[in-house]
Design a protein around this ligand. Structure first.
Ligand SMILES: Cc1ncc(COP(=O)(O)O)c(C=O)c1O
Length: 473
């Protein structure tokens, strides 16, 4: 039995309308969902960067605690959420599901638009869903400090916050262009007790190498990961943490989609279309994977991942083995990639500037269960402004990519005269990204055409690497 909706409703034209759907805390899912258990094609293994052989748990032990390594390779469909993690989740979870009446009305669409508001976490995005779990498993495994990288600063601030909850130190290498664009994220990290350094930095071999080649490098997630991994492997008391891409990160994020399935039932609707923006893929995976399970079991859902045209990993990058970082320190992952040396333009959606895509998402694209699209920066900001003026919330620049696709789909539903149910992940607020909105509103932003030669140059660097069975290069 589903609980009765405890919601405030308003009367409009004689019809009661529910704006927000809350899930009672007692109904919060107690397990995460592991999509690997339901994938039609088994995943290919990560390979050792030196030997090219599949990596074993012992290869990952210098950088990750064992419980996370076990989750990384698990085939269990559901994995229990520890009580200590549940207790922290309750600080902001379950997050509310909203119906976007204002946006629907503005677009004059027959589509029903729902969004899951992940901006209610203390850090302002979905990132603490995995940061809490990663901090917890590190704590119980004896780690003293966690070293990581961050793009836009959302992940770094989320991890700093969650390390503070569990009494761990946190050090963050932040992509330089974002470090300069978003000083408030660094201040948030410091407020929660973390340390934040602009990457490329002079602290590491990897950073110095890049600075020697290009002293003005804007940085990239691939470079920042190299710096963080390099520091973590040298320090016995430290581990490394990744805020996206890996299987265990996708797993932790599914708390959101599992909640959402219950909330959509309360709303009395089932999504025809599910949309999320994709950097490494974690917020999109979190909302959509429980529905991917439904799709595998026969439901007809269009599940759309949105990336920037300036970093078109899924739409223009081949499925290949590649390193997760610029300096070739991580295992080779089977994924859509633009090549680990690819450095995207300094677009404002810093969290979407990653050369690779989660292997789980990449495989689901090959299996036609997920469909990628790429949208240019100006359209996404226009969508963000429309959303702010119709729904009120100011979205993170990453999130505006999802909104732009929602608007495209809602307009198409109108043209086709179909009452589609559209669900998207509102992955975070943009209240510390106002410089980006300012740049857009004052006409300073441009779209970046990415030449094929530029992609090809980075892809040449992965040509000698081993190839997965379903290589698409
Ligand atoms: C608000 C927000 N949404 C989305 C992303 C993209 O990351 P992922 O694809 O892992 O969800 C980020 C990354 O920083 C983010 O901060």
């Amino acid at each position: 039995m589903m609980p009765q909706a405890k919601t405030v409703t308003i009367k409009k034209g004689g019809v009661m309308q529910t704006k927000k759907i809350f899930l009672p805390e007692s109904e919060m899912p107690r397990q995460w969902y592991n999509v690997a258990a339901d994938m039609p094609t088994p995943m290919e293994p990560p390979l050792h960067p030196g030997t090219g052989q599949p990596v074993g748990p012992e290869d990952l032990a210098p950088i990750f605690p064992m419980p996370l390594i076990e989750q990384e390779v698990s085939q269990e469909r559901f994995i229990d959420i520890p009580d200590e993690v549940m207790e922290k989740y309750l600080i902001w979870r379950p997050s509310p599901l909203y119906r976007a009446y204002g946006l629907e009305k503005f677009l004059d669409t027959p589509a029903k638009i729902y969004f899951k508001n992940e901006g209610v976490s203390p850090a302002g995005s979905h990132k603490p869903n995995t940061a809490i779990a990663q901090a917890y498993y590190n704590k119980i495994s004896g780690t003293k400090r966690i070293i990581t990288e961050t793009g836009a600063g959302q992940w770094g601030s989320a991890l700093s916050y969650c390390c503070a909850l569990f009494g761990l130190e946190c050090k963050v290498y932040m992509v330089k262009v974002s470090y300069q664009q978003k000083p408030y994220r660094r201040m948030m990290m410091e407020t929660w007790g973390g340390t934040c350094v602009a990457s490329p930095s002079t602290e590491t071999e990897a950073g110095r190498k890049i600075l020697k080649q290009n002293p003005d490098s804007p940085g990239s997630l691939g470079i920042a990961i190299s710096e963080a991994v390099e520091m973590a492997v040298q320090d016995d008391e430290a581990k490394y943490a990744l805020g996206s891409v890996l299987n265990h990160v996708m797993l932790h994020q599914t708390i959101n989609g599992l909640e959402c399935q219950k909330q959509m039932k309360i709303a009395g609707d089932y999504p025809d279309i599910i949309i999320g923006c994709c950097g490494g893929g974690s917020n999109f995976a979190g909302l959509s994977f429980p529905y991917v399970r439904d799709k595998v079991n026969g439901k007809d859902i269009d599940i759309i991942g949105v990336e920037p045209t300036a970093c078109p990993t899924m739409t223009r990058g081949p499925f290949a083995y590649d390193f997760g970082d610029n300096n070739q320190m991580t295992p080779l992952l089977p994924m859509h990639t633009l090549g680990h040396t690819f450095v995207p333009e300094g677009i404002h959606a810093g969290g979407l500037r990653y050369h690779g895509m989660a292997p789980l998402i990449s495989q689901l694209i090959l299996d036609n269960l997920i469909r990628p699209v790429a949208i240019p920066q100006l359209e996404t900001f226009e969508a963000g402004i429309t959303f702010a003026r119709t729904e009120g919330f100011i979205s993170a620049p990453e999130t505006t990519h999802a909104i732009a696709e929602v608007i495209r789909q809602a307009i198409q539903a109108k043209e086709e005269g179909k009452e589609k149910v559209i669900l998207f992940n509102w992955s975070g607020h943009g209240l510390v990204d106002m410089a980006a909105y300012d740049a857009y509103l004052s006409g300073k932003l441009a779209d970046h055409e990415l030449a094929q030669e530029e992609i090809q140059r980075a892809l040449n660097d992965i040509a000698p690497l081993p190839k997965p069975r379903q290589y698409t290069g």
